[in-house]
Structures are given as C-alpha cells and as structure tokens.
Design a protein around this ligand. Structure first.
Ligand code: ATP
Ligand code: MG
Length: 657
C-alpha cells in the first residue's frame, strides 16, 4: 500500500504571461524554447551539461568524464581543472567588462563604494597573497564571519582563488554557533570585522569571535583577520593571532594567479541552520557549482549587460553565495550589495537603493515582502521604481496575495516574478519560471529548470498524478548538488537518499518539502513535510491554509500549526498578524474562520485564531512553525532555538497564551 500523501485544497487560477517586449530580448524567449531545452536535457542530461560547461566556463584542462555517479555520491566533469575566482574575475579583464562595475555596495549609514572588475580582481589577488603569507594552503578551511561589506565577497573570492574552502557563518549568529561551525570545519583562519551595522546599531563581530575562540576552544584557528568597519575599540590579541586587514594588505603584490582546481575539489562548506542537532555542513565542489550557479543566474534573472542586479540576501546564506557573489560575477554582471535592512527609522531604504542605482532586477524573500505590505505601500509609491524589469523571491512559499501585491506595487504590473524554489543542498535554483518564457501563476514556482528531473512522489518512490500532493523529489543528479555532509557521508545518505527507498539501483533525492504538480506541469510547494497537519485523516500542508488567511484584507501574515485533538487527530491553530489599521477582535476571529471555509473548505477551518504582533522566525526570515506547535498545544518550547531571530517574539506569544 502506498503511504499517505498530502491533500491539496487551494484554488488559484490566475495566469500572467510575460510581456512581448520582455520575451523578445530574453535569453529564453518562449515556452516552446523552454520546452525544447527541457526535453533535450531530459533525453541526455550529461550532454546538456557538458555542452554548457564547454561554452560557459573557462577551463585550464578539460574533463574526461562528465558524470561519475556512484549513488548517492556524484562527481561532475571528472579530470577537469578550473577556478571559480578566475571565472568570476580574470576572464572578464580581457573584455570591455574590465572597467564595468562588478560590485556596487551601499552601507547602512549611507556610505558607498563601487569596484570595477579590474579593481575587484586587484583586491582579491592582494588578499589571496595575504592569506598565503599567513600560511593558508590549498585545502585549508577558512571561516568568514562578516557584515555585508565588499570585503566579504573579496574574502570568498580570495579563498577560492587559492583553493582554500571557505565556511561563511552568518554575522547574526552567536559566538556559540560560530564556535560549533569553526570546530566542525576545523578552520585554520577566521576573517571578520570589528563590527557591522544592523538596524542602526553595531553588531560586535570581533567580540563574538573572541568569545568563540576563548580558552583555546578552537585549536585549529591560528590567525584572525579583522576589517575595520565600524571603528569602535576592539581587543586585538598580542603575539600574532589578530591582524588588521588593512595593515596586511598594504604593499602586498597584486599578482596571484588562480590555482587550477580539480572539478571536484571542495569549494566551500556552508552549514544549514541545523534546527535539529549538530549543524550540517553542506559541501559544494568547484566546477559543478560554478556551472550551475552561472547558468541559472543567466537564464532565470535574464541578465543583460547593462543591468544592475540586486539580491537582498546575506552572504551568510546560500542565496548570498550563489546569487550575490558567484553566479552574477561569473556572468560579468553588476551585483549590488546592501548592508542595511528595512527598519523603523528607514522603512523605505530598499526603495531608495533601487532609485539611487536604477536597479533592474530585484531578488528578495517572502518575509520581506510581507513586512513591506505591513509597512504600507506609501513607502514604495513615494519612490521611482521604474527601472525595475524583473522581480524574484526565495526562501519560503509565497502566498498568492503577497505575490499579487509584489507584482502590482513593486513591479508596477509590468515585471515578471520568478518564484525560485531551491535549497542550500541544491546549490542553485531548481524550480522557477524562466521569465521570458514561462507564464506565471501566483504561488507557484512553476517548472523545473532544464536538466532538473523534479518529481512528486509518495514514500515508496512512485510518481504521483496531476494535483496529487506528495513529496518533492529529484530523479537525476545535477551539477550544483551538494556532494556530502562535511565529515559525515553516512548522514548525507540517510538524510537525503534513503527516505525514498532506491529502486533498481536508482536513487531519488528527497527534499523534505510537500508539493503537488498541476495539470500544466506547474509545481506548487505546500510547505515542509515536518509541518504537515493531520486533520480528521486529511494531511494538509501549511501553505494553502495560510494563503487563504492572507487573502483576507485584514491579514498581513499567517502561520498555521496542528494541535492535538481527541476527535480530529489535530485541530488547526492559526497565528495571525494584522495589517496596519486592523484590530484583533472576537468578530474578526469568526470572520477569518468563515473566510477559510469559503476559500478552501470546511476541513481547513481553524479551531482557533491567535492574533499576534509578530511571528517567530529564523534569522533568514522563515517562520518557525515548530515553536508555534509547542505553544499551541501548551507545551514548553523544545528543541534548539538558537536560530531564532528575536526571542522577545516567543516570550510575548507565551504571555498571550
Ligand atoms: P534547515 O534545512 O537547516 O532546516 P532551511 O531548510 O530553512 O534550513 P534553506 O536551504 O535556506 O534552509 O531553505 C530551503 C527551504 O526553503 C526549502 O526546503 C523550502 O522549504 C523553502 N523554500 C525555499 N524557496 C522556496 C520557494 N520558492 N517556495 C517554497 N519554499 C521554498
Ligand atoms: Mg532545509
């Protein structure tokens, strides 16, 4: 018997075609062109990727084997030699792009810097020489714990230039989280700053590094390099551990040829938030990751040479790695980096940045969009956003009404939206519209990228039919896939490749998300498998009930969880934040319950609505339903809360219970 899957109840039928003008100039111009690419890739994935690798990347030496697949371990472009720092920098210097802006940076206090490709190359080479002088060698791991400043990108590109895998730890993580990750990666050196600006305050990064390293807790770390950013006094350890970046960079040669790396040499390790247990070091390697981020950036963001491209993620997340640094620079694009975040003192700062630099492509997260909705559309309306031509989102399912708001208010009804589904583990975007080719439906990530054999399966690995909810899975390896969990290949196998039992030696990648595929082949992500509710024998994803709530004009944001119920198994509890002018009331609560019934049916009717000012989120802005589940059932909050953005939110919810 097949395992229970997930039911879908959401009815969303709106369809948006790309404007003719957009499609004409796009890299992929029509649904037919997409389909052709997709079919070609499906028929022979190895040839598809090999052709792209040959035309899109520079190689010191060509590979002899495209794919060596010993499930679940893949090797791509075996025998090839390349370097991602070379592909991001050096190869542009012999073209007109030499003096093009590579990186535009805007600091939170309003300072700014622009680095051309030639300038960025120079800085990276110098810093790579600094690393070498401190004894960093090919294969050594380097920790990066930095604010969003150009030196973060320079450090990453310098590491990969000399073949030292980096491990970037988000600058908002605590000293303990940093310590755990540095220990797991056995980092030899740490790059940080005195501090960074975040919401008008200084985040004391160097102080956190000192705490993480205190009492010899991380014996592998020999040196700490510190960028002067915020300028307050910081402790510098005498005897040589701590060095100022600007001191060591002074007078250093800018001649540092990129190291020819094996395709499968480790490029970086990045820890997922590790909400359960030991942090999981996701390992990516050189050539496959470079190719995958390069081609996805080019086609999905439809990069044109004059574009200013802005992804609002932090470099501490995979989105920052793939779509601020490596993907855009590999394409010779102008990538914008912004240190700040919308805050009460400056709720329109994002729109100011767009206006100031004439941003053409804007890529952000649903959590940010929901925050903008709450702050009110007068902020974006007061700025000139006419330079925008393409919008994107990543990180969570986007509720259709939030999508509509983004489309109308930010995109002026003219910009396509690419809703991009992917994970730290996948390296790059997997399911997404190609904006000139694929008509969009609000709330759907639409179709798989060419070469990605995505599927919806039950737990036996059987493919499900149209609109049958099940588990999102991938049937064939792809170049950007993670290679292993750092130091724990068995955990890699267990976590991603054994939930769906291999059939006839064929392995299926289990993403951990629930989804369905509609009659047009569009994918609709329904939320994390761990968050699925079980109401009277119906398994319901969180996204659809939340979307029904968000479609009510009073609701800004919603999170639903299950609470044990004797009759139904689980009852739906909805945590709701309201838009500006609305107030919580018994009446509104009744109205919202009725609204859900009207929108998607009685089965999803929340037994309880809890109004709140804010929802608990991870530091990358994802709703932590796990904690809400504890609260809803009156239990103590259990499990790790170190990735929580704001503890106060949880305390407030507890008090209100
Ligand atoms: P951890 O694995 O440590 O719990 P995480 O899953 O939040 O952390 P990421 O790799 O950044 O870390 O996030 C990937 C997940 O984010 C996906 O599995 C999916 O649940 C969600 N996600 C990302 N983009 C989308 C999208 N466009 N639509 C729906 N869900 C998305
Ligand atoms: Mg995950």
């Amino acid at each position: 018997m097949s395992q229970p899957t997930i039911e879908s109840i959401l009815q969303e039928k709106r369809l948006f075609h790309p404007a003719a003008g957009f499609s004409q100039n796009a890299h992929i111009k029509s649904l037919e062109d997409y389909q052709q690419l997709y079919d070609k890739a499906q028929a022979n994935p190895e040839k598809f990727w090999a052709d792209l690798a040959a035309t899109e990347l520079h190689w010191f030496e060509k590979w002899h084997t495209v794919l060596d697949w010993q499930p679940p371990f893949a090797k791509w472009f075996v025998g090839g030699k390349t370097n991602i720092s070379y592909n991001c920098l050096d190869r542009h210097l012999t073209t007109w792009r030499k003096n093009k802006a590579a990186l535009i940076w805007e600091g939170e206090p309003g300072d700014s810097r622009t680095l051309t490709y030639a300038q960025l190359h120079r800085e990276v080479c110098q810093f790579a020489n600094v690393l070498k002088q401190l004894g960093v060698q090919k294969g050594d791991r380097v920790g990066i714990y930095m604010p969003m400043i150009p030196e973060a990108a320079i450090a990453m590109l310098a590491c990969t230039r000399i073949g030292a895998p980096h491990s970037v730890v988000f600058g908002g993580f605590s000293a303990e989280a940093l310590r755990d990750r540095l220990i797991d990666a056995q980092a030899k050196l740490v790059i940080t700053a005195d501090g960074g600006w975040r919401k008008d305050a200084i985040v004391p990064l160097k102080e956190q590094v000192d705490k993480a390293l205190a009492d010899g807790a991380v014996p592998s770390v020999e040196n700490v390099l510190v960028v002067k950013r915020t300028g307050q006094d910081v402790y510098m350890q005498l005897g040589g551990r701590d060095h100022w970046w600007h001191d060591l960079q002074k007078g250093v040669s800018a001649d540092c040829p990129a190291e020819p790396m094996d395709s499968e040499d480790m490029l970086f390790v990045l820890y997922t938030s590790g909400s359960t247990g030991k942090p999981k070091g996701v390992v990516h390697t050189t050539a496959g990751y470079n190719l995958y981020t390069h081609i996805t950036t080019k086609w999905i963001f439809d990069l044109q040479d004059t574009d200013v491209y802005w992804c609002t993620a932090d470099v501490g997340w995979i989105t920052g790695h793939s779509y601020i640094v490596y993907g855009p620079l590999s394409n010779g694009a102008t990538t914008l980096m912004y240190e700040g975040a919308p805050r009460s003192s400056n709720p329109g700062c994002f729109w100011d940045v767009i206006e100031k630099y004439g941003v053409n492509i804007f890529y952000t997260a649903p959590t940010a969009i929901r925050a903008f909705i709450k702050m009110g559309e007068h902020h974006p309306k007061a700025r000139n956003l006419s330079s925008l031509r393409l919008l994107g989102t990543v990180g969570e399912p986007i509720n259709p009404e939030a999508w509509m708001w983004y489309h109308r208010v930010i995109g002026g009804d003219r910009c396509p939206i690419v809703d991009t589904w992917w994970q730290t583990e996948t390296g790059g975007i997997m399911i997404t519209p190609l904006p000139g080719a694929i008509p969009t439906k609000p709330g759907s990530a639409t179709r798989p990228f060419p070469g990605i054999l995505a599927d919806i399966v039950d737990l036996d690995g059987n493919s499900l039919g149209d609109n049958e909810g099940g588990y999102l899975a991938v049937r064939h390896p792809w170049p950007g896939m993670m290679r292993t969990v750092y130091g724990d290949p068995e955990r890699f196998r267990r976590t991603y490749w054994e939930h769906i039992p291999p059939q006839d030696g064929k392995y299926t990648y289990f993403a951990g998300d629930g989804a369905r595929r509609d009659e047009d082949g569009y994918f609709w992500v329904m939320g994390r498998v761990d968050d699925v509710l079980n109401v009277s024998g119906h398994r319901l994803g969180t996204m659809e009930i939340e979307s029904a709530l968000v479609s009510h004009p009073a609701v800004a944001e919603a999170a639903v969880v299950g609470k044990p119920d004797e009759l139904k198994g689980e009852d739906v509890v909805a945590f709701v934040t309201l838009e500006g002018s609305h107030q919580p009331s018994e009446e509104l609560s009744k109205e919202l319950k009725k609204h859900v019934v009207q929108e998607i049916g009685a089965i999803a009717r929340p037994g309880e609505i809890r109004f709140t000012d804010a929802l608990p989120k991870t530091r990358s802005g994802k709703i932590m339903r796990r904690l809400l589940r504890n609260l809803a059932s009156g239990q103590e909050v259990s499990g790790d809360t170190s990735t929580l953005e704001d503890r106060g939110v949880l305390d407030k919810l507890r008090e209100g219970a």
